[in-house]
Design a protein around this ligand. Structure first.
Ligand SMILES: NC(=O)c1ccc[n+]([C@@H]2O[C@H](COP(=O)([O-])OP(=O)(O)OC[C@H]3O[C@@H](n4cnc5c(N)ncnc54)[C@H](OP(=O)(O)O)[C@@H]3O)[C@@H](O)[C@H]2O)c1
Length: 411
């Protein structure tokens, strides 16, 4: 294979999140500088329009036309790049050919998927090819699941340094989250519910917290799960179910398994939303739990799902306004307890709305980190997680360039 002339190609540059990512890379790296990169998508005119909107200095940004269903165009994309970063979703509908081509051609890949059923299929089908070709495939490089996966990685590192052992139990609690959903995310979520409705066995397998772990490691200790309002004594507050925990917990357990159970074989991890103290906290937790339950139920029933799509939720290409992105942010709290009872706490915060403004910055740095910081001698081919492939190098990049902070807390 000839040497690729680009470090990174953004596939899906004209998607809602792809446009924010392209603007971010342009602002960070310019064109013709230290990072050699290009923007790709299925429509030449839309790519031209995007390039024009970037303003002065973007004229030389390379554009490439490729279609997610046209394997020849994907092969061409992969031949010219060290890393392809894709925002073309729902991934379960459009993502497989690109993962296959990357795995076969030895091209590194990262994306924003949170579609656990699809990731499981991709690992089962293409891990052998990636091992053989040397391609590093890293899903989940957005709000799900970078802050969770790297937050646990950070907390466990601090626990080992302080106590000489990792925490046996870690809880992540969302203290605040300001932002909104895009049509692409909604389409991905509804597609999961549609697949589950069509295949009841899938519902059962998605309930397995170890689903994404390598073969032979898909079982383990019983995991905690906040499925309705409950009081959390470690935070002295009420908590409610967090919609993304069904993704993030699976990724964190895969990280633990890939790292040779660095967090321990008895490691327990769960996520929830903090809703506050007293009666108000309890009412808010109950309302949040009931609202989420109703949404999931509606999304599972064909006609109600169609009505949600048509009348309530944003359409593909739509999402939070630039103002919502700018004023958004998130604050995640981690509480870890070692087997001997010692406790450690940490916080991961981010500026911008989690799903888009911040996600685009995380994804951009993850792609550049994979291209520039992680040699193949250190991380070889295969399906990795953000923590196991990119770990501390990515934390440093996110703190320096993406508005994230990883901090140990005294209390
Ligand atoms: N993990 C996270 O934290 C996180 C956060 C945000 C989004 N996401 C995920 O990221 C994905 C994108 O979200 P979004 O809101 O940006 O979606 P979107 O605006 O609906 O964009 C979807 C993109 O897919 C492209 N596309 C569709 N069919 C294609 C084909 N055959 N060939 C090439 N491109 C094709 C579209 O191209 P055109 O532009 O030409 O129409 C569009 O650019 C979704 O799966 C979403 O769930 C994850």
């Amino acid at each position: 294979m000839s040497k690729p002339n680009l470090d990174v190609v953004v596939f899906g540059a004209t998607s809602f999140v792809g446009q924010i990512l392209t603007r971010y890379l342009f602002e960070q790296f310019g064109v013709g500088g230290e990072l050699r990169w290009a923007a790709a998508g299925r429509s030449g005119p839309r790519l031209e329009e995007l390039r024009k909107s970037l303003g002065r200095g973007a004229g030389k940004l390379e554009l490439q036309v490729a279609d997610a269903a046209d394997e020849a165009s994907l092969r061409q994309l992969c031949a010219g790049a060290r890393v392809v970063v894709s925002t073309v979703g729902p991934y379960a509908l459009y993502g497989e050919p690109l993962v296959r081509v990357c795995a076969e051609s030895g091209t590194d890949y990262c994306d924003l998927t949170g579609e656990v059923q699809w990731m499981k299929r991709m690992i089962d089908r293409y891990e052998d090819a990636a091992l053989l070709s040397g391609a590093r495939i890293v899903h989940n490089c957005g709000f799900d699941s970078i802050p969770s996966d790297l937050g646990v990685h950070f907390l466990q590192q601090q626990a080992r340094a302080k106590f000489g052992q990792p925490c046996a139990t870690v809880k992540m609690r969302v203290r605040s989250m300001r932002g909104g959903f895009s049509g692409g995310t909604v389409a991905s979520l509804l597609n999961v519910l549609k697949e589950v409705a069509a295949d009841p066995a899938l519902r059962k397998s998605l309930q397995n917290p170890y689903l994404l772990c390598p073969a032979g490691k898909v079982k383990g200790v019983r995991q905690p799960n906040v499925s309705f309002a409950e009081y959390d004594a470690d935070f002295d507050a009420w908590v409610a179910p967090f919609i993304m925990s069904a993704i993030n917990t699976r990724v964190v357990h895969r990280s633990n398994a890939l790292a040779g159970h660095a967090y321990g074989r008895e490691f327990r991890y769960d996520e929830a939303l903090l809703t506050g103290r007293g009666v108000r906290g309890r009412l808010a937790a109950t309302a949040t739990g009931a609202g989420l339950g109703a949404f999931m139920l509606a999304g599972s029933v064909g006609p109600l799902r169609a009505a949600l799509e048509k009348f309530v939720l944003p359409a593909p290409g739509e999402g939070p306004s630039p103002e919502q992105q700018r004023t958004g942010g998130f604050d995640l709290r981690f509480h870890g307890r070692c087997a001997n009872g010692q406790v450690i706490r940490a916080r991961v915060t981010g500026d911008r709305d989690p799903g888009y403004g911040s996600t685009a910055k995380m994804l951009g740095q993850a792609a550049v980190c994979l291209a520039q910081d992680i040699p193949r001698s250190r991380v070889g081919g295969g399906f990795w997680t953000p923590a196991t492939a990119l770990g501390d190098r990515l934390i440093a990049r996110l703190e320096a360039h993406s508005g994230l902070k990883f901090e140990l807390l005294e209390k």
